[in-house]
Design a protein around this ligand. Structure first.
Ligand SMILES: [Zn+2]
Length: 277
């Protein structure tokens, strides 16, 4: 299977999105906001300002001003799967502007295409975890093939950026005891999530914001790299948790089993970010 086919299989809409220009997508969003589709209950995203000279770049000087809580009543974690992609730099610009950490669960195939973005993720203090090489449904293939796909990503990552993964997220959350044990034997904690933004099927940033609500202290939000609506939604997602007194932290391995998605458990939660070296 060619890499482009694999990518299409992972995310059929991603291929379509690439063909659109950022300008069109922002114009559509602006129209939506300006034509007053608003209701009193919906939180609208703020269109991400772009520098005029470089349409692709987020103009961080004009992002909305957000106020982090004076005292954090708890910590939640933002996670982005399937990158790096053409919008990773936008995510990093926004996260950097607000000094918010995140965890990126990268694909080996994507890391090979954009190693400079992996370096930037690490350099800017974000966590970077293993999301396999080719994004297979691990439960539908033999265990040794599943582990080989995980190992292939680890090798690519180590060779590209001289960094070892300590976190692992199975594609689609598809895991079992053997896969989890395999990750642990490779010194990686399996990380699922507590809230799914469902941004892979969201038609708008508003939807992503709405579906990203509900985390409490320790919560982990699943989002995806490569989705323009997620980029547009990010400042308002941050604001919505700040309004609840929650701050953004890192994904930390814990000794206890905590509830995660779909009735499963994992040994991970959000905690305050360790001081940067
Ligand atoms: Zn994925």
């Amino acid at each position: 299977m060619a890499a482009s086919d694999i990518e299409a299989a992972i995310s059929p809409e991603r291929v379509t999105m690439r063909k659109r220009t950022t300008t069109v997508s922002l114009a559509a969003l602006a129209t939506l906001v300006l034509t007053g589709c608003s209701s009193t209950t919906t939180v609208h995203p703020t269109p991400i300002p772009r520098a005029e000279s470089t349409v692709q770049a987020v103009d961080v000087d004009h992002l909305p001003e957000l106020n982090a809580p004076a005292t954090c009543s708890g910590y939640v974690a933002l996670t982005f799967d399937d990158g790096p992609t053409q919008v990773t730099k936008d995510l990093l610009d926004i996260l950097g502007h607000y000094d918010v950490p995140a965890a990126f669960f990268n694909l080996g195939l994507q890391e090979k295409k954009m190693p400079e973005l992996v370096e930037r993720q690490i350099r800017e203090g974000h966590q970077v975890g293993n999301h396999t090489m080719t994004h297979p449904e691990l439960l539908t293939i033999p265990l040794d093939e599943a582990l080989d796909d995980i190992d292939a990503a680890t090798v690519v990552h180590r060779d590209l950026v001289d960094h070892s993964y300590t976190l692992f997220r199975p594609p689609y959350g598809g895991t079992n005891q053997e896969i989890r044990k395999g990750a642990e034997e490779r010194n990686m904690t399996e990380v699922l999530w507590t809230v799914d933004s469902k941004d892979y099927e969201a038609a708008s940033a508003e939807q992503v914001i709405e579906q990203s609500q509900g985390m409490t202290d320790g919560g982990i939000l699943l989002m995806h790299d490569g989705k323009p609506p997620t980029v547009e939604a990010l400042p308002q997602i941050i604001r919505s948790y700040y309004d609840q007194g929650l701050c953004f932290g890192q994904v930390t391995t814990v000794d206890e089993e905590l509830p995660s998605n779909m009735g499963t458990t994992h040994r991970a939660r959000a905690t305050e970010q360790e001081a940067k070296p």
